[in-house]
Design a binder for this molecule. Structure first.
Ligand code: FES
Length: 103
């Protein structure tokens, strides 16, 4: 299990615990905790409803072309923007801090 902090759109931090053996992604974990992340496309990098900002210093794998293309069409994009559905939980992400982007 790893621990993540997800800051919601009101600035409130939520401590989440997620398993690393189920190939879950951050979008799915947020939904499991009832956080307001729609995940409309089901994690296909086609909707940007899971857009978030990486606040901690974790070395994430680079965004795929599909993720980059989707972020190109999203609003409020920043250099630390990622799609939560494209970030799969693994032990290297323990302590990850993210903030949900505005809708
Ligand atoms: Fe649609 Fe992530 S859930 S892009």
């Amino acid at each position: 299990m790893i621990n993540l902090t997800v800051v919601d759109r009101e600035g409130k931090p939520h401590e989440l615990e997620g398993p690393t053996f189920m190939d879950l992604n951050v979008m799915e974990l947020c939904k499991a905790y009832g956080l307001p992340v729609e995940g409309t496309c089901g994690g296909m990098a086609l909707c940007a409803s899971c857009h978030l900002y990486i606040l901690s210093n974790h070395g994430l794998s680079p965004a795929s072309n599909d993720e980059e293309n989707m972020l190109d069409q999203a609003f409020f994009v920043q250099p630390n923007s990622r799609l939560g559905c494209q970030i799969h939980l693994h032990t290297g992400l323990d302590g990850l801090v993210v903030q949900l982007a505005k809708e």
